[in-house]
Design a protein. Structure first.
Length: 285
């Protein structure tokens, strides 16, 4: 409530928050206590924005402009954007959109070939690939760390004609039928389970529409070969949770273990601390 009062007192018209902050407003349904008539622009970046809490904002503040901004620090914060211009289901992923002005991004598969925006009619998306960024907004490297710089800042694989450093983001993406980029997960969040290659981000996207869950993350317990779903919110019966996932993901993507926490840990940047979660809940138990 104090947050809403502060925004109204100072007539805040634009906010730029991490999604977890927007989720707090949605999770506690703060719009039933106060409105934000002066707020005209809602920008968010830093982690995946779950669609369900975003829909809560849009339903209660329909005339505001909402924009999903994406970009690692190495691209001077933002390299793609998407202004929300249509309705999304609670479990539908929000696009990253297109490259910002004076920026360029492209997608390469594991063989270094450019991924076509051509859509698979069965999935409604293109093939996946790693996102690369190029242009004057890209950093030159990591100060005092030549080895890490060589790994992430590489010669453009698509340009054999002259030196051109590009940044390998480590993010897996794909195209939707609108030609927009859609985030899948971090490359190092991709696992092999039951003989299938799985992106943990897709399981998390499916969790976004489950009632009563405020915050969540999937980790992989390598030693036990189990997918662990960790959530904050109303306590759920495990059979009920499993059924909810069975309605949304293939069998091989169903979580093998469910853990409810009082509060999700966050790192200094306000993002869910996945390293801490893995250290605590992925010990082969």
């Amino acid at each position: 409530m104090k947050l809403m009062e502060f925004m109204n007192t100072y007539r805040i018209n634009t906010i730029y928050w991490v999604p977890s902050a927007l989720q707090i407003v949605a999770n506690y349904k703060l719009f039933q206590y106060a409105q934000l008539p002066e707020l005209k622009k809602v920008l968010f970046a830093g982690e995946v924005m779950p669609t369900k809490p975003l829909n809560y904002w849009i339903q209660n503040l329909p005339d505001a402009m909402y924009a999903n901004l994406f970009g690692p620090t190495e691209t001077t914060d933002i390299c793609t954007y998407y202004v929300v211009d249509r309705v999304f289901a609670d479990d539908e992923p929000l696009p990253m959109g297109h490259a910002c002005n004076n920026c360029d991004v492209f997608v390469l598969d594991e063989n270094g070939r450019e991924v076509s925006p051509e859509i698979d009619p069965e999935t409604g998306f293109s093939r996946e690939g790693e996102l690369y960024a190029r242009g004057s907004f890209v950093a030159l490297g990591y100060f005092g760390n030549a080895e890490k710089t060589r790994e992430a800042f590489v010669q453009n694989p698509l340009n054999p004609y002259y030196p051109e450093l590009v940044y390998k983001t480590g993010d897996l993406v794909k195209y939707n039928r609108y030609g927009e980029l859609v985030y899948v997960c971090r490359k190092d969040y991709q696992i092999k389970h039951m003989g299938y290659r799985i992106e943990l981000g897709e399981i998390e996207a499916a969790a976004g529409a489950i009632d009563g869950i405020r915050s969540y993350a999937c980790i992989y317990d390598d030693a036990a070969d189990k997918i662990v779903f960790i959530y904050e919110g109303r306590k759920k019966d495990e059979t009920e949770l499993l059924k909810a996932f069975q309605e949304r993901v293939p069998h091989y993507m169903e979580p093998n273990r469910f853990v409810r926490v009082t509060s999700m840990p966050h790192n200094a940047n306000g993002k869910i601390d996945r390293k801490r979660l893995k250290a605590e809940y992925a010990q082969g138990k």
